[in-house]
Design a protein around this ligand. Structure first.
Ligand code: FAD
Length: 404
C-alpha cells in the first residue's frame, strides 16, 4: 500500500452518511476515497436500526435488509397503549447488511474504500483550509490529498474537531442494547417503555429484527441524567420489567453501545473544502433520536454538491452552501418542534407519563407515525391543535406548532 494518495474527495467514516456521500459523489464522476477506521464496514453496531418503509423504498434498500413493524406499543408504569396500523410503515434494519449494502453501492460506482484507516490529522493549505487528511493504518501513516473532505465520522466529528471548528457535543443520548434470542416474539410489534424505572431521561425499547431476535435497549439523556444505560439495561433484563417479561426465556447474542448528539442543529456544516454530514452535523430527530434516514438522504446531497463544486473548480464554502440550504429547508423547523416535545417528555413524572399515554391513544396510526417521525404538518396536526375535544391533546399539538 502506498503512503500517499490524491483524490478529488475524501470521505471520513463508513457509516450510512459516509457511504451515501461517497456513492453520490462517485456517481457524479469524481475520484472518491472512503476511509473507515474499523476492519470492516459496520464491524461495530452502534444503533438500534429503526427507520421507515417509505425511506427504505426511496433509498432502494433491499427487502432482506429489514423487518417490517405494524404495531406500536408504548408502556408507562401504569398505562399501556398499542396503535395498530393496517400495513407496516416502520421497520427495524439488519444494520450490518444495510450499511454494507450502502458501502457496496459506493464501490460499484467507483469509490475506493479503505478500511483500518483511522483519520488522526488534517492537512491545511497556506490559508488554513483543509486539503486532505492523515490516517493511521496497519502499516503506519497514510496521507490523502483532496479538494474536498466530508466529515461523516459520526458522534466524534473527528475532522472538524481537529480543524478546531467544533468541540464535544454537550447534550447527547447514550444508549446500550442487547440483541437477544427470545422465546416469544411478536415480530411486527415494537415497544417503547417510559418512566423513571426504565430511563430517568429517555426511554427503553424492544425492537424485533425477525427470527425471534429482538433488540432490548435503554437510552439516557446526558447531561440530564447520570444513570449508566448499560447498568440500567442489565437491571431491566434481570428483573424482566414490563413487556420484557412477555419475551420469556432470553439469550443474549451481541451487545451494542453508542452515543448520539442531541444539541439540535447547532452546527454550521460547510466550510471551505469541508462538509459535515450525519451525526457529525447533529442531523437526528430528537424525539426518538433516530438519524439513519437523514444520514443517507443528506449524505447523498453532500456527495452531489461536493462533486458539482469540484467539477466547477471552486470548493469554497459558498459553493458548498447549497448542501446546508437543502437540509435546513427540509428538517430545521421539524427538528426544532421535536426538540420542544422532547423537552416536555424529559420533564415528565411517572404519573404524567401515564396521562401522556392517554393523549397518544387518541392518535390514528398515521398521526402517531408523523408525530414520532417529527414529520409535523404532514397529517392533520394543525387541526388536532385547534379542534381536538381534549385540552391535553390540543396542548401537545400546540407545542409542536410552536404555541405555548
Ligand atoms: C443507542 C443508539 C440507538 C440508535 N437507534 C437509532 C434508530 O433506531 N434509528 C435511527 O435512525 N437512528 C438511531 N440512532 C442514531 C443513528 O445510529 C445515527 O444517527 C447514524 O448512525 C448516523 O450515521 P453516521 O454515518 O453519521 O455516523 P455513524 O453511523 O456513527 O458512522 C460513523 C463511521 O465513522 C467511523 N469513524 C469515526 N471516526 C473515524 C476516524 N477518525 N477515521 C475513520 N473512520 C472513523 C466509525 O467507525 C463509523 O463507521 C441510534 C443511536 C444510538 C447511539
Amino acid at each position: 500500500m502506498s503512503n500517499e494518495y490524491h483524490y478529488d474527495l475524501v470521505v471520513v467514516g463508513g457509516g450510512p452518511a459516509g457511504s451515501s456521500a461517497a456513492y453520490a459523489a462517485a456517481k457524479n464522476g469524481i475520484k472518491v476515497a472512503l476511509l473507515e477506521k474499523e476492519g470492516t464496514i459496520a464491524e461495530t453496531v452502534r444503533t438500534s436500526g429503526v427507520t421507515w418503509i417509505q425511506n427504505i423504498k426511496e433509498f432502494g434498500i433491499p427487502n432482506d435488509c429489514f423487518n417490517p413493524i405494524r404495531n406500536f406499543s408504548f408502556c408507562s408504569p401504569n398505562n399501556e397503549v398499542t396503535i395498530s396500523d393496517s400495513i407496516p410503515r416502520a421497520a427495524v434494519l439488519d444494520v450490518r447488511k444495510t450499511y454494507r449494502w450502502l458501502a457496496k453501492q459506493a464501490e460499484q460506482v467507483g469509490a475506493d474504500i479503505f478500511v483500518k484507516i483511522n483519520v488522526i490529522d488534517v492537512i491545511k493549505d497556506d490559508k488554513g483550509d483543509i486539503v486532505g487528511v492523515i490516517g493511521a493504518g496497519p502499516e503506519g501513516k497514510i496521507t490523502f490529498h483532496s479538494k474536498v473532505v466530508i466529515d461523516a465520522s459520526g458522534f466524534p466529528s473527528s475532522v472538524c474537531k481537529t480543524m478546531g471548528f467544533v468541540t464535544q457535543w454537550e447534550r447527547f443520548g447514550a444508549g446500550a442494547e442487547y440483541e437477544v434470542k427470545a422465546e416469544h416474539v411478536d415480530s411486527e410489534r415494537w415497544w417503547l417503555m417510559v418512566g423513571q424505572q426504565y430511563s430517568p431521561a429517555g426511554y427503553a425499547w424492544i425492537f424485533p429484527v425477525g427470527n425471534n431476535i429482538v433488540r432490548i435497549g435503554v437510552g439516557v439523556g446526558k447531561p440530564e441524567s447520570n444513570v449508566d444505560p448499560t447498568q440500567r439495561l442489565k437491571e431491566l433484563m434481570d428483573s424482566k420489567l414490563g413487556p420484557i417479561k412477555k419475551l420469556g426465556e432470553i439469550t443474549p447474542i451481541e451487545f451494542h453501545y453508542g452515543l448520539i448528539p442531541n444539541d439540535g442543529l447547532s452546527r454550521k456544516t460547510v466550510f471551505n473544502n469541508l462538509i459535515l454530514v450525519g451525526d457529525s452535523a447533529g442531523q437526528a430527530n430528537p424525539l426518538v433520536l433516530e438519524g439513519i434516514r437523514y444520514a443517507i438522504k443528506f449524505g447523498r446531497v453532500a456527495g452531489k454538491v461536493a462533486a458539482d463544486a469540484i467539477k466547477s473548480g471552486n470548493t469554497d464554502e459558498s459553493k458548498l452552501y447549497p448542501y446546508e440550504e437543502n437540509w435546513r429547508k427540509e428538517i430545521e423547523s421539524k427538528i426544532n418542534s421535536a426538540g420542544k416535545v422532547q423537552d416536555r417528555w424529559i420533564g415528565l413524572s411517572d404519573e404524567e407519563w401515564d396521562k401522556e399515554l392517554d393523549i397518544i391513544k387518541e392518535l390514528k396510526p398515521e398521526e402517531f407515525l408523523d408525530f414520532i417521525k417529527a414529520d409535523f404538518g404532514l397529517s392533520n396536526m394543525i387541526k388536532l391543535a385547534a379542534h381536538h375535544p381534549k385540552l391535553a391533546v390540543r396542548q401537545l399539538f400546540s407545542l409542536v406548532k410552536g404555541k405555548k
